[in-house]
Design a protein around this ligand. Sequence first.
Ligand code: BGP
Length: 450
Amino acid sequence: MSLPCNSTFPAGFIWGVATAAAQIEGAAFTDGKGESIWDRFARQPGKVHGGDTLDVACDHYHRFDEDFALMASLGVKHYRLSISWPRIYPDGDGELNQAGLDFYARLFDAMARHGITPWVTLFHWDLPQALEDRGGWRARETVEAFGRYATTVVQAFADRIEHWITLNEIRCFTQLAYGYGLKAPGVKVDAATLNQIYHHALVSHGLAVQAVRQYGGPRAQVGLTDNSDVCIPVTETPADIAAAREWYRRKNLHLLGAISNGGYSDEYLERCGKDAPKVAADDFALISAPTDFLGLNLYTGPFVRAGADGEPEEVLLPSAYPKADSPWLHWAPQVIYWGTRLAHETYGVKSIYITENGCGYNDEPVVAGEVNDLHRREFLRAHLRELQRAIADGIPVDGYFLWSFMDNFEWEDGYERRFGIVHVDFATQQRTPKLSAHYYAAVISANRVV
Ligand code: BGP
């Protein structure tokens, strides 16, 4: 399909916003919720900016009704949220906490009252600490426990939820958490263990797909949300595009590559050498079971070009290159176009949702009832233009979820970094829609980039 510049998006295009349980709910020890690895990590000195904890966060646990009223007032009809595993199984496995299920039932009721459709992520990094104490993602036991948790949640809410996301960003809760130690549980394991952890994440994804197929009902749809390493051709010439495509293929071999191949490639196994993961007999039947869509969290990516011998090489960013306040987030709006195009071309994905895109800034406080975040408006507009270009080129992108609805606990950055289109005063819990919220509301209402 061809979409001329600035025409409207396809009818039925999904415009949404995203959050995650641990980042907004607070009530970290309320109504029987168990401790998560992030509750523990945040209490270790020096791990999270300013010693911030998740204890209260946006107090969404108690304020969800007003939050949904605000969401609805902006015209947002689709909301990606996650369920907290330790609210459902405080020890990760074993005894069910009915109060946890009851909370989400109330939450979904409120969303229905406000005309908002839920898109539910089953795991967004808040592993129960009790499981970490028994090995965490290093242990196959955690995979089996996740399968039981996913089954419980799908069975409980199959009548209300049609869109399920299995896991959020495997790379972040594996490599950044157990490889670099930056995210909870903040440890550094050896290469063999890390490869096994990736594998455990893949099997967990497969078990969640299986739970949705078995218990989700006929209308249920399921997919993974991945933060693929997206490579952006520095000039859109055939040589640089080929280099970016090859770099992308190599960098995603262990996750999307393995899922789409139905097994680990020889290339990947050679790369692992003696540190290759142990694979049980039926693992890849689970891992590679067909899904209905691919979720992509797209924020940034390296620029790649063809080197002298045609080999891909990353172009170093000069110090003057524009960045958000999140140090890892340099501006590269083309990540939307190339992230979706490379996934479609490389893996044959037929339906893509951008499940996160947004920018982290240390926004200024509210002045006279306003937060003038023109920088975020500009960021969004540039990225939405690339979304429009992707759709115009026939890439099957069916929806876009902005990260994030409101300022929240941004993991190791605590409350310093703000990603929301709604400002949160963490002392008073006052919400103030920023300029970017009004901008996004206008985009949704016009169904085009404004
Ligand atoms: C993604 C996560 C989100 C959110 C966002 C912002 O990786 O899925 O939960 O936090 O990034 O990034 P960060 O808070 O790491 O700066």
